[in-house]
Ligand binder design. Structure first.
Ligand code: ARG
Length: 278
């Protein structure tokens, strides 16, 4: 299986923090974070340009009024290849506030001739929790906060690939994509504090190179929510200096971007895109 060649992003005009469904969405006083809409728009555009500079075609889906989290388009679908053609499993979002987002992805898929499966038996938040190792074709998947473990039997059935699961135990790392980043077939970055001892053992068996992300960078810069679209370039939030050094030491080309407005909602680069095959 090849790395996907396109990127889907959802336009940010309705992005906001209107409710709190993860601990990043409130400030130290417990109030909902305030978003600078203009800054968010610019950060989103810069991220889009970054993917384009790396040679990826970015396709967009229109954000919708009343769905402030729709911009986090890692969560509503799980793309996979079946006989060389991309299909999507549609998510069943955990929170009622986000459930209506999925219909817009289904509609977009239909228009773009992408077959969809929407028989998830219970909660599943797409590539927030189920991560491809694009090089080995394995799926690494989290459960505990947003996704129920039962769904992974369905994912194995639909994709024909093996799913390795991890129980998430720290609510700051509510999606697997906040604490595990698969960078190459044998290399991943991870946040030790987010995993159980069994999970850590599985990670060690699965990757010969594991890059630890310091807790402070994983929470303040959401550093583990980095994205590589190709196994070489890694895009992440600015300012995670230890993570940057470790990535460079492994030979990755690191590109730092500003996603601070989106971090106020609990998401950064990985959450703001979906990689798609043609
Ligand atoms: N506010 C959003 C939520 O809590 C952020 C989602 C971030 N996405 C991600 N893949 N981690 O659902």
């Amino acid at each position: 299986m090849n790395w996907p060649n396109r990127v889907l992003m959802v336009t940010p005009e309705y992005f906001d923090v209107e409710y709190a469904i993860n601990p990043h969405m409130r400030d130290a006083q417990g109030n909902l974070n305030t978003i600078d809409k203009e800054a968010a728009q610019k950060q989103w555009q810069d991220l889009k340009n970054t993917f384009e500079k790396l040679g990826k075609e970015v396709v967009t889906l229109q954000g919708q009024a009343g769905l402030p989290d729709m911009v986090f388009c890692a969560n509503q679908t799980f793309p996979y290849l079946k006989e060389g053609k991309m299909h999507w499993v549609l998510s069943q979002m955990h929170s009622p506030e986000r459930q209506p987002e999925v219909a817009f992805f289904k509609e977009w898929a239909t228009k773009n001739d992408i077959p969809t499966y929407d028989g998830m038996p219970t909660h599943f938040e797409g590539m927030g929790d189920a991560l491809w190792n694009y090089e080995t074709r394995q799926i690494f998947a989290g459960y505990g906060f947003r996704t129920s473990p039962e769904v992974y039997a369905t994912i194995e059935e639909q994709t024909g690939q093996k799913v390795t699961t991890f129980e998430l135990k720290d609510e700051r790392f509510y999606h697997l994509d906040t604490c595990l980043s698969i960078l190459k077939g044998d290399c991943a970055a991870f946040v030790e504090e987010a995993f159980t001892p069994e999970g850590l053992a599985t990670l060690k068996q699965s990757f010969s190179t594991l890059i630890p992300i310091p807790l402070s960078e994983a929470t303040e810069q959401l550093a583990c929510n980095m994205c590589t679209p190709n196994g070489k370039d890694v895009i992440l939030q600015k300012g995670a200096s230890k993570t940057v050094q470790s990535l460079q030491a492994q030979g990755f080309n690191v590109i730092e971007v500003e996603t601070s407005e989106f971090i106020k909602s609990g998401g950064s680069v990985f959450c703001m895109k979906m990689l798609l095959w043609d």
